[in-house]
Design a protein around this ligand. Structure first.
Ligand code: NAP
Length: 472
């Protein structure tokens, strides 16, 4: 038998599906997993009858691959990636190429690209989004590293990726950790949109008194609109409609209300804080998950701090698609993408990633978790102005924000009076109101800083740096 075209390390949820995807696209494959029993199970199960062989050791794995070798690692992010690189490196030869398809921290990828390239190996840090189904049928892929390394895998990844009307959902992202950074921000946006939809559900249930099927019907309508049609709205409808086989009630009501947060959401927020880019809607989503996990504390507090008196307000009617609530969600989704793109703009400048934002919009249109019809508009906006600082400055998006703001205000104000937390919706409103304000109260902050610490301030009417003896 000839040598295999493609190698996969790590037969987890993603690895298993990605190798089946590669094989379906004509790439004979060899697989390796730290625990060999998993390799045997895979080859006897989903891998049976396919052009896929298994290797019990990394030496055997490397020996079974044609040169230059193309090896995709789909192992847990962090130390396991370094361990895998250390274990396989002795068997690699000049020109061989390692791809890390996991959710690695982009600064780890920067380091690994430099180390591996200095040993004459290619190294690609590639964000992959789409979950198990996407990995099998076509994910969105965000590869970064040297352009030469990308060129060596381009035919493979273009075949494996999701396909949309204007091409495959993969493109060269940029040097170093650019691919993993873009994937990190993708996940930050994902956190925000999931939280926005969770807030909409909470309001429909608690204010509108609606059940799962009624809410799902609203979501189905939203999924027919240009502004909200998306994978996340689609699966929210499915989740709300699904019944608990044990009780017959809505399954979602049987699920504990505590969500975890993994690396990428946190890294998005930390990077944004470090780079000085405001991402409050994304941050609110992260905090909402962290707060939700304090369940015992929340239960204690609920006995000590009661809800305000009942307050009813209108979310709109199901017949009109819950107009104000829908508008609030549209504004929050637009702003979530906008904050993510603004962060990418800054990272691109800081790290010389030279990101192409229109292309990023294009490769997120299919395969990935945040795929949405709105991404065509995002692609258009950056196609028209590559250095757009914020989506809200694009005419189409500015018009959307203007049209959706009354609904957002109505919903946030009503939720505040009813004592229902809507962290992403309210952060979105604050963000928009701050961004559209020609004058903010930070003049007083500057006065206070000068008062206690002689930090000086600038004046609106003349140039220079000024200090006042405020306390005399
Ligand atoms: P996972 O549970 O994150 O990782 C499982 C794989 O990692 C197994 O093959 C496991 O081998 C291997 N592994 C763990 N520690 C190792 C070590 N120290 N040395 C060598 N191998 C080690 O699986 P996954 O969900 O498929 O995710 C793989 C990567 O893709 C992760 O970075 C994840 O964040 C990312 N990702 C996941 C999704 C998703 O929807 N699941 C989506 C996008 C990206 P053993 O079998 O021997 O334990």
């Amino acid at each position: 038998m000839g040598k295999a075209h493609f190698g996969l390390i790590g037969l987890g949820v993603m690895g298993e599906n990605l190798v089946l995807n590669a094989e379906r696209n004509g790439y004979s494959s060899v697989v390796y997993n730290r625990t060999y029993a998993k390799t045997e199970d895979f080859l006897a199960g989903r891998g049976a009858g396919k052009d896929i062989v298994g290797a019990a050791t990394l030496e055997e794995f490397v020996g079974a691959l044609e040169r230059p070798r193309r090896i995709l690692m789909m192992v847990k992010a962090g130390q396991p990636v370094d361990d895998t690189i250390a274990a396989i490196s002795p068997y690699l030869e000049e020109g061989d190429l390692l791809i890390d398809g996991g959710n690695s921290l982009y600064t780890d990828t920067e380091r690994r690209v430099a180390e591996l390239e200095s040993q004459s190996f290619g190294y690609i840090g590639m964000g992959v989004s789409g979950g198990a189904k996407g990995a099998l049928e076509g994910p969105s892929m965000m590869p970064g590293g040297t352009k030469a390394a990308y060129d060596a895998i381009e035919p493979l990844v273009r075949k494996m990726a999701a396909q949309v009307n204007d091409g495959p959902c993969v493109t060269y992202i940029g040097p170093g950790g650019a691919g993993h950074f873009v994937k990190t921000v993708h996940n930050g946006i994902e956190y925000a949109i999931e939280q926005v939809l969770a807030e909409a559900y909470d309001l429909m249930k608690r204010v509108g008194g609606m059940n799962g099927d009624q809410m799902a019907d609203v979501l189905a309508g939203w999924n027919d609109t240009e502004e909200l049609a998306s994978f996340l709205v689609e699966i929210t409808e499915v989740c709300l409609r699904t019944k608990d086989p044990e009780t017959g009630g809505d399954l979602v009501e049987a699920i504990v209300d505590a969500a975890g947060q993994k690396g990428t959401g946190l890294w998005t927020v930390v990077s944004a804080l470090e780079m000085g880019v405001p991402v409050p809607t994304i941050y609110a989503a992260l905090n909402a998950r962290v707060l939700s996990s304090l369940r015992p504390e929340r239960l204690s507090a609920s006995a000590l701090i009661p809800a305000p008196p009942a307050h009813s307000f209108s979310l709109g009617s199901p017949a009109d698609g819950m107009g104000p609530l829908r508008d609030a969600c549209i504004a929050a989704c637009i702003v979530s993408y906008g904050q993510g793109m603004a962060l990418l703009q800054e990272a691109s400048k800081l790290h010389n990633y030279n990101l192409n934002f229109s292309s990023i919009g294009q490769i997120w249109k299919g395969g990935c978790i945040i795929r949405a019809r709105l991404l065509q508009r995002i692609q258009n906006a950056y196609g028209a102005n590559a250095s757009l600082p914020n989506l809200m400055l694009d005419p189409w998006f500015a018009d959307q924000i203007n049209r959706r703001l009354p609904g957002l205000r109505q919903v946030v104000a009503g939720a505040a009076l009813a004592g229902i937390p809507v962290p992403c919706l309210s952060s979105t409103l604050d963000y928009i109101d701050s961004y559209r304000s020609g004058r903010l109260p930070q003049n007083l902050v500057q006065a206070m800083r000068d008062c206690f610490g002689s930090h000086t301030y600038e004046r609106v009417d003349k140039a220079g740096s000024f200090h006042t003896e405020w306390l005399d």
